[in-house]
Design a protein. Structure first.
Length: 52
């Protein structure tokens, strides 16, 4: 928690907004949730340069 406070303070000192965008857990894999904390089922695809 001290590191988070230090990052927020550094952002404030530099007049730069700081936003937490994720967290690291012990469970493997990527989990996406919406603003309400509900799981999102998304199929992520890369760009296909050869698609018509």
């Amino acid at each position: 928690m001290a590191a988070r406070a230090a990052i927020i303070a550094a952002g404030g000192g530099a007049a730069t907004p700081v936003t937490r965008v994720g967290s690291i857990t012990s469970e493997p894999g990527l989990r996406l949730v919406d603003a309400g904390g509900q799981p999102l089922e998304l199929r992520l695809h890369g760009f296909d340069h050869f698609a018509s």
